[in-house]
Design a protein around this ligand. Sequence first.
Ligand code: CP3
Length: 343
Amino acid sequence: MNDLFLRACRGEAVERTPVWIMRQAGRYMAQYREVRKKHNFWTVCRTPELATMVTMQPIDRFGMDAAILFSDILVGLPAMGLDVDFNPGPQLENPVRTSADIDTLHRFDPLTDLGFVLDAIKSILKEIDGRIPLIGFGGAPLTLAAYMVEGGGSKNFMYLRGLLHEEPRSAKKLMSFLVDTQADYLNAQIDAGVQAIQIFDTWAGHMSRQLYREFVLEPMAQLIERVKRPGVPVIYFIRDAAHVLDLLSSIGADVISVDDKLTLSSVAEMIGPGPSLQGNLDSTVLLGSRKSIHEGVKRVLEDAPKDRGHIFNLSHGILPPTPEENAAYLVETVKRLSLVKET
Ligand code: CP3
């Protein structure tokens, strides 16, 4: 098995830097768009054969060092009693705004309510046949709360921040409910066989340091504590987080995944000794020339701190207009430039 990814997560020595791409299965691939012409997004997520097919598309075409389960951070919302549509961004019919709304949320059982995800994991593992690790994932409590309270994407998170400021007890109740459901869900994914977990906290960096401290840090640390198992690294993805990075040393993640606002060396300095880092090439570089991609990869690799593991990735998901040959060139360039040459 190619276990470069798992070794880098644990901070062990590697012959070269492992690479995968957030949203590596998706609309930038013609093969994915073909599948989507015939099936809507929910159907792909809920049909293990289709989820397996699209999970494998980028692996077969580009040779990443890890696969990520094809699903979405919002798949659990219907099981909580919230209907979600994608057109194309997520939209909820009944946002969660009050303490009474929070009380109606259903603590689902992943085995019965999200069995299709666990079946997809088993089917993908068969297809991978031990060649590379499979990453499972879920949304972080604050980021899920953002979609649930806003009722979709948002620019300023007016309702969410309103809830945190005006109804702190209700907000904490919601966060604690989400820690419970996500712990159950991620543990079920690990039981089904995923070899690492990534927790996406896409919007937490939009909260002030004060709000992050009061509402995010402790629930996140609890969630990580509850999913931690020997040999199964936990990756915490956060963006726009310069103002809270120093708090993350105590969060318990094996890997911190960051965007491109800061260099990896300064991120390491702010977090302190310990976790490996994942990232952080600006996703828009992949829309440009091979020369820019080459230079971008070189910059990230040279800057990556040598006192800990590094997993190469983008700052955020790969953008839909990215040419496929640029994704191929990225993977190839990381593999080539990061090879430790024996002299
Ligand atoms: O990385 C992978 O290849 C695995 C698949 C994956 C998807 N969503 C598939 C998807 C993963 C890891 C996610 C996580 C996710 N979903 C996040 C966290 C990561 C991030 O990007 O910040 C968030 C915030 C979501 C919520 C979500 N799902 C949004 C905002 C959207 C619409 C906007 C968009 O990018 O299309 C989705 C839909 C979605 N999830 C698509 C895919 C491939 C596009 C659906 C389509 O085919 O039209």
